[in-house]
Design a protein around this ligand. Sequence first.
Ligand SMILES: *Cc1c(COP(=O)(O)O)cnc(C)c1O
Length: 367
Amino acid sequence: MTDFLAIAAPGIAGLNPYVPGKPISELERELGISGAVKLASNENPLGAGANAIAAARMAVDEMQYYPDGGGFSLKQALSAHLGVDADGITLGNGSNDVLDLVARTFLSPGYEAIFSQHAFAVYPISTQAVGATSRVAAADSGYGHDLDAMAALINQRTRVIFIANPNNPTGTWLNKAQLEGFLAKVPENVIVVVDEAYFEYVGQETYPDATAWLGSYENLIVTRTFSKAYGLAGLRIGYGVSSPKIAELLNRVRQPFNVNAVAMAAAEAALTDCDHLARSVEVNNAGLAQLASGLGGLDLRFIPSVGNFITVLLPQPVAAVDRALLHKGCICRPVDNYGLENGLRISVGLAEQNQRVVDTLGEVLKA
Ligand SMILES: *Cc1c(COP(=O)(O)O)cnc(C)c1O
C-alpha cells in the first residue's frame, strides 16, 4: 500500500478540500424530494442578465476555436469600465484562479502569506498548495479583519497579504481610512491582494474602491469577479488589476487559455448591462434587510453583512440543523470550518426564498 500523502508536496497534508454548496440536483436525488431552494453559494438569485446570456449563446457557435488567450476585447472593456491600464489586468478562471496565480508567482517554501482568521478558504489552499506557510491573524471582536494584528505578522519571509473586503463568510468590511492606513504601512516588497468579490454590492459611503490606489501602491493587486453580482458563477470568470509589472509576472505562470471564450463574451456583455446590475443590488439590499429582520425575529445572533449573504451563529450544533434544513429542501452553508462556531451562512435569495429559509430555520430550531 503506497502512502501517496507521503510523496505529495509538503503543504498538502495540512489541507482539507474546499467544501462547496450542495447542488440542488444532488440534494433532490439523495432525498427523493423536489422544489428545493439553494441559498448556499452566494449566487445571484436573478441569474445572469439578458445581454450576457445572448452573448454567451453567440459565443457557443464558435467553440471549435481556442479563446483569445490574451483576452484583448474583455481587457479593453474592463480598462474603460474601471479606468485602469489594460496592461495591468489579469483574467482568471474565476477570481480564485487569480488568487492562485498570485500564490504561484510570489509564494514558495520558506515564505509566508498573511490573512485573517475566518477569511476566505481559498487563501490557505493556494498558499499551502505551493508549500508556503499560512500566518493567520486573530480577527477583531466583530469577526472582521484586525489590520493591526495582520501588520504585526509581517516579517522578512512575508510575500503576500490577502485581505477580503468584504470578507466571506463574515460579511465584514474595512473602510477607506483603515485600508489605506494599512497599505501605507506594508513594505513595498510585500504583495497586498485586496479581494473585492462583492464590490458591486457594497453601498456604504466609506467603502473603498481599492483600484483607486493602484497608482500609489505598485505592490497592490485588486481582484474582482463576475460570479457574484453579475451572476456568471457557472462560467468561471474573474480578474485582477495591478501594476503592469505585476501583471506581466502573473502572466508568466498563467495557463495559456485559462479563461474560456463563452465566459469572456458573457462578461463583456454583462459590463454593459447596468440595469441588471442595479436590479441585482436592489434585490440584495432588500434581501439582506429581510433576512436580518427574520433572523432577529427568531432571536438569532448574526454577523452584520454587506455581502450577498449573512452568517448566523446558531445556539446549537450547526451540523444537525443543516441536516434538518436539507431534509426540508433548504440548502445553506455550515461555516463552522471557518472557525465560526455553529455558523450557518445563508445567501441572499429572492423574497420568497429568503422567507422559506427563515421559516424553515424557525421550525427546525423549535423542533
Ligand atoms: C466567491 C469569492 C471569490 C471568487 O469566486 P470566483 O467564482 O472564483 O470568482 C473570491 N473571494 C471571495 C471572498 C469570495 O467569496
